[in-house]
Design a protein around this ligand. Structure first.
Ligand SMILES: [Zn+2]
Length: 111
């Protein structure tokens, strides 16, 4: 089996490789954290940077990419803080991102 995120061999009956499983667990554990916090957690986990990028940009479960899911959670917290009840999904984020040019906002400057 190949990993659903990075396409590297994942092992028998495994959908994801050990690295991506670790990243996936961090996303579940820290749901609602902002992108900067997640990047710190991902880097601290020891998973190579290019693998982290693949993980973030892959839609392995059909709910949108991890990057868009994190952005949707951040947006929802902001809307809630402003008293808005509407919810953004990862799909909404993707559409917004494609329509307007804010692709750079949730990314750190290149090192
Ligand atoms: Zn993987």
């Amino acid at each position: 089996m190949r990993c659903g995120y990075c396409q590297e061999p994942a092992g028998w009956w495994r959908r994801w490789c050990p690295d991506c499983r670790r990243l996936d667990a961090l996303v579940t554990l820290h749901r609602g954290a902002d992108m900067g916090t997640f990047m710190d957690l991902f880097i601290a986990s020891g998973v190579p940077r290019d693998k982290v990028e693949k993980f973030l940009n892959t839609d392995a479960r059909g709910h949108g990419t991890i990057r868009d899911q994190i952005a949707a959670d951040m947006t929802n917290q902001l809307l809630e803080a402003l008293g808005q009840r509407s919810r953004q999904t990862a799909g909404d984020v993707k559409r917004l991102r494609e329509r307007s040019g804010w692709v750079g906002l949730d990314r750190r400057p290149r090192e």
